[in-house]
Design a protein around this ligand. Structure first.
Ligand code: SAH
Length: 216
């Protein structure tokens, strides 16, 4: 499939999977319309890149469904000045969307092979402002904190306290929280030392594994 066919696929993805389901943030729509999701999936799955589902990216991990990427991004309410932390780089696609919409992004991945691959793909997609780190993202990345927005793209038993502490005032944190097989997407917002919580939609993510996540 050529690039023009992929752009038609992206148009359809935006119209049928995002706009019709309530994604209304014009900047999120623009990012998803422009960024080449097919570059972030294994080559043999490229023709499926814009389908309404998560896809296997190797190492037992997945690239999230387009709608879930859009919803989580919309909940972060990003401005072009924001500094962002992502936990779970995986394919690097969500990181690319964050890089497109914010000023500076740090993304942490625990599996080194995925981190290497994400780095290459971000370069290929010409996204210059994302730094891919290897490590346990449940501890955050203290040296670049505080962050205006934090996104966790793996399922946590509860919101890691280190991440709350690295959130700026009025900063937003979005994370799937619950059991290993089923979670609710939640958003908290820092107000002083209070973190009021909102519960959004049921979801299913791969487990967050680490000091403040699940054991191996
Ligand atoms: N945002 C990704 C989704 C990847 S799935 C994308 O768009 O493709 C979640 C990822 O979180 C997996 O790659 C998994 O290896 C990673 N992960 C799980 N626990 C982690 C931890 N404690 N720190 C960093 N990454 C973690």
């Amino acid at each position: 499939m050529g690039d023009s066919e992929f752009s038609q696929d992206r148009e359809n993805m935006v119209r049928y999977q995002l706009s019709r389901r309530g994604i209304h943030d014009a900047r999120v729509i623009e990012a998803m319309r422009n960024l080449p999701r097919h570059l972030f999936v294994p080559e043999r799955l490229r023709d499926m890149a814009y389908q309404d589902r998560p896809l296997d990216i190797g190492q037992g991990q997945t690239i999230s469904q387009p709608y879930m990427v859009a919803l989580m991004t919309q909940l972060l309410e990003l401005t072009p000045e924001d500094r962002v932390l992502e936990v779970g780089a995986g394919s690097g696609y969500q990181s690319a969307i964050l890089g497109y919409l914010a000023s500076e992004v740090y993304t942490i991945e625990r599996i080194p092979e995925l981190a290497d691959q994400a780095r290459k793909r971000l370069e290929e997609a010409a996204i210059p402002n994302v730094t891919v780190l290897v490590g346990d993202g449940t501890l955050g990345h203290e040296s670049a904190a505080p962050y205006d927005a934090i996104l966790v793209t793996a399922a946590a038993p509860s919101i890691p306290s280190a991440l709350k502490q690295q959130l700026a005032q009025d900063g937003r944190l979005v994370c799937p929280v619950g059991e290993r097989g089923e979670q609710i997407l939640v958003r908290i917002r820092r107000k002083g030392e209070e973190f009021p919580i909102e519960r959004h939609t049921p979801c299913m993510f791969v487990p967050l594994i680490g000091a403040e996540g699940w054991g191996n």
